[in-house]
Design a binder for this molecule. Structure first.
Ligand SMILES: [Zn+2]
Length: 488
């Protein structure tokens, strides 16, 4: 029986030791198996005395109280879904995390202690987060073991969130919304954010490095035996480090094989994967991956068919940004057709609005940075009524090549923008959930999330989406089913 303590790996934990010198407060709601222990000092974080008005069902009258109430609320959402004879201890704190005026680290969480070869472990020589290991063992594995001096010996999950979020130098204007009702507007819903992060801490993570493929301390994680490279037929436990690292970069080719998730998928994910099909000319015919837009109509079956024409409004004679109303020549080219424009300079919705005004049926936005599969198109504009998608920079170059021999009104490149009804959005052709495997690798996001193509959106995608519902199981979500696959 062996224990791994993640505190020993980071400077962040060293800082926290000092904070622990302040008196901790804790709360275990009656009947709840999830307890929360604050490590915030007086006047800070959970103890911030700033007066606030109750919001969205959160009755707190200080900022600190409201933050604490959300923690208790979310802890109980999880507690209602999990069974264990052992309490789950969450160490919680607010910290000054990395910020600029336009971006911020919201927070992070993970299992703090992990074990292998404990009593009743379902597989040998395999790391399990402590909350899960305690459940499987039937007793608190940390009881009676010497404390490592950190003061965190019994902590199962450690969380930290950005105390400055919303200030002028920290994602200005976007604070954590602390109501329980999801009415977050342009703020960031803290209930959903915390629900997601506690999901990681409960077991929605691998301790194996996705960037190098190296298992932590040479041992697999409980998660690894369910990750399948669908191009090689190997799971992560049967691969070399190099094969694992390579599979982490294969977009939409790393599938979760757990039976609980697979059984739940038909009731959760919609049929139809967004795609671009090119029928002619033969040189570029085939299916292309697309990233969907958060504005405009969703792609559908049988989709929008038409002739592809580019917008060209830059001096190089190749690219078209469509950031201003289209010229007469460009309008003539795209009217009644599907337009190809380039990413850059202005927002996606501005481009699509300009192309829509010129009479186009749909828009492809070619990326201006390498990477695959294509990300979505962010933004909002309720006046947009034509579909739009992103394609990769490589696919954009390929299509532009085929468009070179066009006339002013015809290209001979015919495409369909729609959905592939043979698959569910977020599942592979065999109906297994896809994990997030972008290229290049995204530290902190790759592998330990569901793929962003999932629709409806899932709690454990790498970004929090607006259409989640504080639910962790079917028919709304797959998170609980994955946790059951790993042993919950
Ligand atoms: Zn996450």
């Amino acid at each position: 029986m062996k224990k791994l303590n993640f505190a020993h790996r980071s400077l962040v934990a060293a800082t926290l030791l000092a904070i622990m010198a302040y008196a901790p407060i804790s709360a275990l709601a009656a009947g709840s198996i999830v307890s929360i222990v604050s490590r915030d000092p007086a006047g800070f974080g959970f103890n911030d005395p700033t007066p606030v008005a109750p919001v969205g069902g959160n009755p707190g009258v200080t900022l600190g109280e409201q933050r604490w109430n959300v923690y208790r609320y979310v802890a109980d959402l999880w507690a209602n879904e999990l069974t264990s004879s052992e309490p789950i201890t969450v160490s919680a704190g607010w910290e000054e995390l990395t910020c600029t005026a336009s971006s911020a680290v919201l927070g992070s969480a993970g299992a703090y202690n992990a074990w292998y070869n404990f009593p009743n472990a379902p597989v040998t020589n395999t790391w399990h987060g402590q909350a899960l290991a305690n459940k499987l063992a039937g007793f608190n594995l940390s009881d009676g073991t010497p404390d490592d001096g950190s003061g965190y010996g019994n902590v199962d999950i450690k969380t930290q969130f950005n105390v400055n979020l919303g200030k002028s130098d920290c994602l200005a204007g976007s604070s954590f919304y602390l109501g329980f009702d999801g009415a977050h507007g342009t703020d960031i819903d803290f209930v959903e954010t915390l629900l997601h992060e506690l999901g990681h801490g409960l077991g929605f993570q691998t301790f194996t490095s996705g960037s190098t493929g190296a298992p932590y301390a040479g041992l697999a994680s409980a998660w690894d035996r369910f990750m399948l490279d669908t191009t090689t037929g190997k799971t992560w436990t049967g691969m070399t480090d190099g094969e694992r690292a390579a599979s982490a970069l294969k977009g939409r080719k790393l599938a979760w094989t757990g039976a609980q998730v697979t059984a739940a998928i038909p009731s959760v994910l919609s049929l139809g994967v967004p795609q671009l099909s090119v029928s002619t000319p033969a040189s570029v015919a085939g299916k292309y991956e697309v990233g969907s837009a958060s504005f405009g109509p969703a792609l559908s079956y049988p989709g929008m068919s038409g002739e592809l024409m580019p917008v060209v409004d830059q001096a190089n004679g190749v690219t078209g940004l469509a950031c201003t109303p289209l010229s007469a020549v460009n309008t003539l080219a795209v009217k009644g057709r599907i337009a190809l424009v380039d990413r850059g300079t202005c927002t996606f919705s501005i481009k699509v609005k300009n192309v829509q005004a010129a009479g186009a049926l749909a828009v492809l936005v070619a990326d201006n940075a390498a990477g695959s599969p294509p990300s979505g198109l962010g933004g909002t504009d309720p006046s947009i009524i034509i579909p739009a998608v992103r394609i990769t920079i490589d696919d954009g170059a390929k299509l532009k090549d085929a468009l070179k021999s066009r006339s002013r009104t015809h290209s001979g490149v015919f495409v369909n923008l729609g959905v592939d009804m043979s698959m569910r959005a977020g599942a592979d052709p065999s109906g297994r959930a896809l994990l997030f495997t972008p290229n290049p690798y995204q530290g902190g996001s790759s592998v330990s999330h569901f793929d962003t193509i999932a629709f409806p959106n899932l709690l454990m995608e790498p970004s929090i989406n607006g259409d989640l519902g504080q639910v962790v199981k079917a028919p709304k979500d797959l998170t609980l089913h994955l946790l059951k696959d790993v042993g919950w």
